[in-house]
Design a binder for this molecule. Structure first.
Ligand SMILES: Cc1cc2nc3c(=O)[nH]c(=O)nc-3n(C[C@H](O)[C@H](O)[C@H](O)COP(=O)(O)O)c2cc1C
Length: 320
């Protein structure tokens, strides 16, 4: 459906999903995704799509994350640019993409909606999305409020959905890919793992911190506001947790200056690891090197193939 060689998707990532990242994944046979809102305006997104086209002749997608924001975002204008630019795959996330779906479908675009629960996946199917990404509790960014892990979500998706789905959250190696396929998914979506690659446009300090971190180095912020986000556990994340732990309702104004998205962007640009918060998933525990996207994707595919054809096949007794 997506015209890609390997069933591996690089999920939209704020400040990371730029042309360098997306084209590297596309050239390695996966689905690279540019993040629309990383670009300050729809016109900048148009230029970024063009820049990405100069870097790859393979298909790539654009992520549109629809979230309530303090400053209103001209979502419709971003959608117009994506359609005008001839993009044929969109990853939507956050709110229900229905207001934009008609225009996307009329332009022949395949829509992958990313969601964190079965009820939202079924809703996405019912409104006409072509595919969903099912994001388990392990994931970086927004895991929702249900706290259901992929061992439960993915078989449920396999039982209940008619459209294809991609397993997202906690994937980073061939074991994960083989498991996702066994659980009924058609492929995997990775965010955190793709950040620790040579082409990811983030500072070396960030990549090194990811190699050194374990599965215990994430924190769940904004639980008290029912807008949970899984981030790298640094001193800023710990300060936010302390404020949220205080008695009484959390006042967002108390934490807003600490968690501004632009501070996270500075972490990525300058490598100042204690400047802001940035999304990262539990899969940190499985990251021990910084390969190229090509090497990473090939390794995952080879490992999964080896597991399926050797280890799993070896468990089956030959038929009498
Ligand atoms: C740094 C970073 C930024 C992200 N930003 C977004 C975003 O803007 N929109 C979105 O839909 N998902 C975002 N995500 C989530 C990923 O697309 C993906 O769903 C998630 O990383 C999957 O979990 P994993 O990190 O365990 O692979 C982000 C993830 C990371 C690591």
């Amino acid at each position: 459906m997506l015209g890609i060689k390997h069933p591996i998707v690089q999920g939209g990532m704020q400040w990371v999903g730029r042309a360098e990242m997306t084209s590297a994944v596309a050239n390695a046979g996966g689905l690279g995704i540019l993040t629309a809102l990383t670009q300050p305006s729809p016109e900048d997104l148009r230029k970024e799509i063009e820049r990405c086209r100069q870097m790859t002749d393979q298909p790539f997608a654009v992520n549109l994350t629809i979230l309530p924001t303090i400053k209103p975002i001209p979502y419709g204008d971003y959608v117009d640019v994506i359609i005008d630019s001839g993009i044929k795959i969109i990853e939507t996330a956050g709110r229900n993409p229905e207001p934009f779906l008609g225009a996307m479908k009329a332009a022949g675009i395949k829509v992958i909606h990313k969601c964190t629960s079965i009820r939202h996946a079924l809703k996405a199917e019912s409104i006409g999305c072509d595919m969903v990404s099912v994001d388990g509790f392990e994931c970086a960014g927004h895991p929702g409020e249900d706290d259901v892990t992929n061992l439960i979500l993915l078989p449920l998706a396999a039982q209940r959905l008619k459209i294809p789905f991609i397993a997202s959250g906690g994937f980073g190696d061939g074991r994960g890919l083989a498991a996702a396929l066994a659980l009924g998914a058609d492929g995997i979506n990775m965010g955190t793992r793709f950040m620790a690659t040579t082409e990811a446009p983030v500072h070396e300090n960030v990549k090194q911190a990811m190699v050194e971190a374990s599965e215990l180095d994430t924190a769940l912020l904004f639980r008290s506001l029912r807008n949970t986000a899984r981030v790298f556990k640094n001193s800023i994340a710990e300060q936010v947790l302390e404020i949220e732990d205080q008695e009484g309702a959390t006042n967002f104004d108390d934490i807003a200056p600490l968690v501004k998205g632009t501070r996270g962007a500075v972490v990525f640009e300058r490598g100042d690891m204690e400047y802001g918060v940035w999304s990262a998933g539990m899969v940190l525990g499985l990251i021990s090197d910084i390969p190229s996207c090509e090497a990473l994707i090939q390794r995952i595919v080879d490992e999964a193939q080896e597991i399926i054809t050797t280890r799993l096949q070896g468990l089956i007794k030959p038929q009498e």
